[in-house]
Design a protein around this ligand. Structure first.
Ligand code: 5RP
Length: 228
């Protein structure tokens, strides 16, 4: 299942995933596998290498339902954090990556599990094409995804712009059939943060993480070891 005839962006995603996996995934590796279309190429690489015999005893811990399905469909060995609570490496995509390798993630709605798997891993690597690169967060990407318990979603939606500016709204499923539901049964609030002022992302993360009802945010600060 090796991809062919790719657009330049898809090729850049594949190149990033392959280069990262080639350098950092090894036989016996306990690997956290992120979510999103760039990670699909990582799964493609893993399948090829595993079936070719060069990744013997690999163990994969997925960060989302979709990634788990890709891994299972590819015949790769799948585990979870109960059986494999400490991981060697985690590889994940991102929606925006700034010059300090701070990331916004969660465009696909998987941010809390992604952060849990990242935290369980000794090394965290991000794979992204050049359209995700920014000098400062917000240069290219428009919003910060925030996972919230349904019970708290309305007050949290009101509180975020009141405290931090911008606008916030629940992410809706296609055709507005209802809110997007995460793998954890939560909702996603997309916060369109103000672009004109310089944001103190560490302080904002601390404040948001301390808000009752917020599960986590898509901010990944000081955790990326290398970007591809
Ligand atoms: C999912 C994520 C993804 O890693 C992020 O959205 C990047 O996805 P893609 O590789 O499809 O651009 O955080 O919630």
């Amino acid at each position: 299942m090796v991809s062919t005839e790719l657009s330049p962006i898809e090729k850049a995603k594949r190149d990033a995933a392959y280069a990262c996996a080639k350098k950092h995934v090894y036989p016996g590796c306990k690997l956290g596998v992120g979510s999103g279309s760039t990670v699909k190429y990582l799964v493609e690489y893993l399948e090829h290498a595993y079936k070719g015999g060069s990744l013997k005893d690999l163990v994969c811990v997925p960060t989302s339902f979709m990634t788990k399905k890709w891994l299972v469909d590819s015949g790769l060995p799948v585990s979870d954090l109960d059986s494999t609570p400490v991981l060697d490496v985690c590889i994940d995509g991102a929606d925006e990556v700034d010059a300090d390798l701070t990331c916004i993630k969660g465009g696909g709605g998987c941010l809390a599990r992604e952060k849990i798997v990242q935290h369980a891993s000794r090394k965290f690597l991000v794979i992204a094409d050049h359209t995700k690169e920014a000098v400062s967060l917000g240069d290219r990407y428009q919003f910060l995804p925030i996972e919230v318990l349904p019970f708290a979603s309305t007050p949290v939606c009101l509180e975020i712009p009141r405290l931090h500016g911008g606008t916030a709204g629940l992410r809706m499923a296609m055709k507005k059939a209802g809110p997007v539901i995460t793998d954890n049964g939560s909702y996603i609030i997309d916060w369109v943060f103000p672009k004109q002022k310089k944001m103190d992302w560490k302080a904002i993360q601390a404040k948001l993480a301390d808000t009752p009802g917020i599960v986590d945010t898509g901010l990944f600060i000081d955790v990326v070891d290398e970007g591809y």
